[in-house]
Structure formats: C-alpha cells, structure tokens
Design a protein around this ligand. Sequence first.
Ligand code: ZEM
Length: 287
Amino acid sequence: QEGGAVSATTEKTKEDYQKVYNAIAEGLDKEGYDDGSLAPVVLRLAWHSSGTYDKETKTGGSNYATMRFPAEGGHGANAGLIVARDYMETIKKQFPWISYGDLWTLGGVVAVQETGGPTIPWRPGRIDGFEINQTPDGRLPDASQGAKHIRDIFYRMGFNDRDIVALSGAHALGRGHTDRSGYDGPWTFSPVSFSNSFYDLLLNDAWQWRKWKGPAQYEDKKTKSLMMLPTDMALITDPKFKPIVQEYAKDEEAFFRDFAKAFGTMIELGVPVEQFKTKEPWNMDTA
Ligand code: ZEM
C-alpha cells in the first residue's frame, strides 16, 4: 500500500487468520459445559452452515452464513447451535473484519485440530449474505432415517459413499442433547477427543434400542451410556458403507486422511472459487 498506510481494506495475511484461529482455540475449554469443551458444538456449526449445499442449484453452503437470520437459525436441525454462534460472536468482536462464513468454517477447523484430529485445509474468502440467500428447511439430514436418506442428502452436496462414512466419524465428538435434537448422550467415551473410536464402537460394541420416552436411538448393551442414531447404524447395515466403517475402525490414519479431504471440501461448498483469497488452501497451526 502507498506510503505504508493501513486502511480497513488492507489484505489480511495468513498470520492475521492464525490469530483468529488462536483466539477461537483459547476459549474452547469451558468448565461445566457438557464434557468441558465447546469444540463439538463449534464443529457442528461449521457443518450445518456448509451442509445445506445443493450442487444442482448451487445454493446453500458456507458462503453467506445465513444461519444468522431467524428463519434458518430456527430450523429444527439448528436447535442448540446458538451456543456456538454466541461463542463465535465474542471472536467476531475481536476481529470484526472476518466474515461470518470464514469465522464459522475456521471454527470447525479449530475444533477438529485442537481435539487431536487431522489438519483441515482452509482458506478465506466467504462473504456475508442476505436473508434472501437462506436455504429452505429440510436440507440437513434427519437422524431418524436410513441409508437412502443419507445418500440423498450427501449426494446432493456432491459427496460419495466414502465421503459419507468419513464425515460421519465426526460423531467421535460431542453428544445428543434432549433439549436440542431430542437425542441423548455421547457416541464415545472420550467426546472431546477426535479419533476413529466412533467406528470401532459402532462395529464392535453390542447395540440395542433404548427404552425411553425420547426419539428412537440405540444404546450400548454393556454400559448403556453411549448412543447411536438410526443414521449411524445405517453405516453398518448398508453393505456398501460397512466395509468403509471396517477400514476406518482398523486404520485411523486412513480415516484422518479421508476426513480431512472431505471436510475441507465441505466447508468450501457454495463458495465461488474466484472468491477465495488464495489459490491453495492453508494448513493452520494448532494453538
Ligand atoms: Zn451430527 N448430529 N449428524 N454430524 N454432529 C448431532 C451432533 C453432532 C447427524 C445428526 O442428526 C446429529 C454429521 C453428520 C450427521 C456433529 C458433527 C457432524 C446430533 C445431536 C444429531 C441428531 C445434536 C444435539 O442434540 O445437540 C446426522 C443425521 C448426520 C448425517 C447422517 C457430520 C457430517 C458432522 C461433521 C463433520 C457433532 C460434532 C455433533 C455434536 C454436537 C454437540 O453439541 O456435542
């Protein structure tokens, strides 16, 4: 810039975004909240803000961060994500120049990397959209359904069976909440560590329907403290999904590699390529 003047339009560098990354990471630990970390719900925000993409109409996805608006924010699937959006708002106050789409997707990267997961390629360039850019309700998956439904939803985004199984491993993190989705409990014994244990438990534990007043879900026979959604169980009853679950249960490295690629793609859905500020995505450092 001429004369070294610093203006509001100064291009941000990778170091600037690394500062945002570090700020998100710093506040994730929260004593008394769930399992002690906001990482799972922050990851879920990144996923729900991206997973509305429709490749046919090229609508939805992470570009416009339309969950900020009451209609989309109020979609049943987004119940509880206000916790993550409120947390992100505290980061936005420190770095007002970042777009919400960049902020929320970067949050997903932080959540995965800071809980021990793989490095997720990420780059900035999303812009804040308007209410008109909101997507209709029903674009995110319904946990009460089966393999056909999951394929319909994820094929619509442009993913294949391998991507579906890899992305589902995110359920290593977090839990269901009765006051959000209605489902209850964590998938794994370490819900704030990113690992392949979702696949191992799904495949090797004995599961039974839980007898309770809530929505139909599975519980592990042994401890009755873990859960699986009907859509999770479809990953081992479907003959095409199951071998991929078996592979990831045995080979965490393969899961990490495939998850990083699929999730890196997911958080760019709906963003016109010319909008990105770099040709190649970055690897952000862990904090
Ligand atoms: Zn989830 N997910 N998800 N998911 N998810 C929940 C929680 C979390 C489905 C689903 O219905 C639910 C992906 C795919 C799918 C996370 C990440 C990712 C919950 C519980 C439900 C019901 C919500 C609650 O009550 O708080 C379905 C049907 C999916 C596909 C078939 C993908 C892909 C994800 C990321 C890549 C995460 C991290 C959570 C935990 C949230 C938390 O607050 O603990």
